[in-house]
Design a protein around this ligand. Sequence first.
Ligand SMILES: NC(=O)c1ccc[n+]([C@@H]2O[C@H](COP(=O)([O-])OP(=O)(O)OC[C@H]3O[C@@H](n4cnc5c(N)ncnc54)[C@H](O)[C@@H]3O)[C@@H](O)[C@H]2O)c1
Length: 370
Amino acid sequence: MTRTVVLAGASGYGATYVREIAELEGQGRVRLVGLCDLQPLDTDTYKQFGDRPFDTRLDRLMAETRPDLAIVATPIHTHLPLSRQVLNAGSHLLLEKPPAPSAAEWREILTLARHKSLSCQVGFQSLGSGAYTRLAELMAAGELGEIRGIGCYGAWSRDAAYYQRATWAGRRELNGVPVADGALTNPFAHAVATALALDGSTGWDDIVGLEAELLRVRDIQVDDTSCLRLRTGRNTVITIAVTLAAETPSEPVIVVHGTQRRAELHYTRDLLVLDGQPEHHGRTSPLENLLANLGDGVPLQCDIAACGAFTRVLEHINATPTPRLISERWLTHDGGGPGAKTHIPGVEQAVRASAEQLSTFTELAEPWAV
Ligand SMILES: NC(=O)c1ccc[n+]([C@@H]2O[C@H](COP(=O)([O-])OP(=O)(O)OC[C@H]3O[C@@H](n4cnc5c(N)ncnc54)[C@H](O)[C@@H]3O)[C@@H](O)[C@H]2O)c1
């Protein structure tokens, strides 16, 4: 069956959906019936889909095209209004992560989707990885022994241009509305959501303890170097230590410390390393999974209802004071202009130590964090 699709947000991350939709159209699985963006389509997208209805207003496009589903890949603070327009039009929704910049907005989308009996998938694509599924199954079957804890480390590097690319980048709020573009709630949101899902702790009430050390190296409103420690209702300790100020970037890793086995999930690479043995897996995208959900009732990889614990973390972060600026004496700088980068020498080791020892930066006595 061919499902009709509207895409809101055709550039930025939306370009990923443009490519995927083109592929799925080639297989006869979807038909793109409209695109919505505030900006004109870029040359590549125009070449591909310039013949389709285009509108800057999603509600109008939804009314005209009445698609089976719509994808919302627009800035975080637009998720609620655009999701309302999709769900009120009676279409299923694929909403990019994080689903909403506040708990109230997440609840409203969830309630509306339930009320309308529509599927709402959130674009945490790490949850569609075969590596994630295999690890979750091994943990549930007790193959790792008792879980002593889950630690995640991530060390990426972002330049000045990253924060200049959009008005909402690096912001907690914009014109009075929450945005929540911090390291833990946006670039490393997959780490938080995936660690919680591995523990089977995705509900709002599944978190019983929450500590966050939020720091920044730049003149931004949000954290770029952060350590989160959670305790879940299953008594699992989860730490997530991340930075966007690494000198030597590497892909993030979730370490599951079992009493019998150790597992490392490289969630951006579909790689699972079990006691040192690598296993490469494939993945099912959030869109393919949503199509299977609509067609055959396959469970959603990331139902919006399963973002409760994640949203509780986000709400906690929103409520903390502005992240502390790390003193200049602990920082180095590289380049100028849009390519300018700031580094915290040694931060790569710090985030890793946090994941291994389930400790916070302060407990590790990292001088820039104390
Ligand atoms: N799943 C992932 O790995 C991943 C990666 C990056 C970004 N994202 C998410 O994708 C979303 C978009 O992020 P981005 O960096 O591409 O944002 P962006 O600022 O680049 O905007 C994306 C597109 O949305 C359009 N847009 C903005 N407001 C709109 C509106 N009201 N109606 C219609 N179109 C609108 C913009 O013009 C742009 O073309 C965010 O939720 C972000 O967190 C997900």
